[in-house]
Design a protein around this ligand. Sequence first.
Ligand code: FES
Ligand SMILES: [Fe+2]
Length: 363
Amino acid sequence: MMRAYAIDAAIAQSATLPGKFYTDAEVFEQSKSLIFNRSWQFIGEQNLVRLAGQVHPFTLLEGYLDEPLVLTKADNEQIYCLSNVCTHRGNLVVNYGGQVKQLQCRYHGKRFGLDGCFKAIPEFKTAKNFPTAADNLPQLPLAQWGNLLFTAINPLKPFASFFGEMQNRLQWLKIEDLLYQPHLSRDYLVKANWMLYCDNYLEGFHIPFVHESLNNLLDYGSYASEIYELSNLQLGIARPGEACFQLPPESPDYGKAVAAYYYWIFPNLMFNFYPWGLSMNVVKPISASLTKVSFLTFAYSSNPMQDFIASNLDKVEREDEEVVECVQKGVKSYFYQAGRYSPTMEQGVHHFHQLLLKFLQAN
Ligand code: FES
Ligand SMILES: [Fe+2]
């Protein structure tokens, strides 16, 4: 079934993904193991575990992957991301955040170090071939960029393959100074498939039609997208007189009036860098027709423009939501099969669709 979908590598002659791709229950289900388990996901800021012995249980992509994990900080200050599932009979090991000396499952008392290594369990003296490595809590890979932590269940490629292009291009940016602003952050529930939300993000084609106020800030004629292996960039150039980055000479964009870097990391992370900070969007599938999008705001300091930032982001998001929810209705139509890509404005969407099929059709 999955093999039936195809995208032509030449954008000028390719049809888009068909409407039924977005409503296909098999695509939605298989995307868990083939796309989301195989890519890097955002955990939160490193100060979730500030002190040695601190633990922070969490669920990776709640409502979709539902993978129980726990972040720990060991005595040597190293942070670990572990499976939070007891290797005895599968109880959740850590139920609450706090500070502990070791991890102890409260079902039958199995104990682990803060690095996940098995320590002890009562009533197992006569057990044969015990313990083995399978008694440790599995350790997940952990990556850090500034204060931001990421993990992956079974990554297809290392962190750098997904994030390296963005990190290199923005080497001059003081990512570690960005502080999470909970009062400027919020979740949106969008009545549409998560891939439609991403499709919309990945093109600036709709900006003059959907976002009147944003269109006044950006120079549509200078719009460009750059495609990398597992990420892409849309460079927003400011109209004369509008706010832009003061780029240092070492930036490859030195001399350009960059208003925003819109980075997308496959499959569901969006990093929107503005002169005031970062708006990160985490796209979380809930069902084939419902998506939660977390807008997380990180700023350099308490900024007098905060209210302006929040209301602007909210306005643009609502404009996007409205159109994406209409597309959700449209792709189900009897009459809609598939469309075509604009070769100049929809390279990002074409790239996304190719990656979706590459992951879904792997092996
Ligand atoms: S399930 Fe954890 S000790 Fe039994
Ligand atoms: Fe938009």
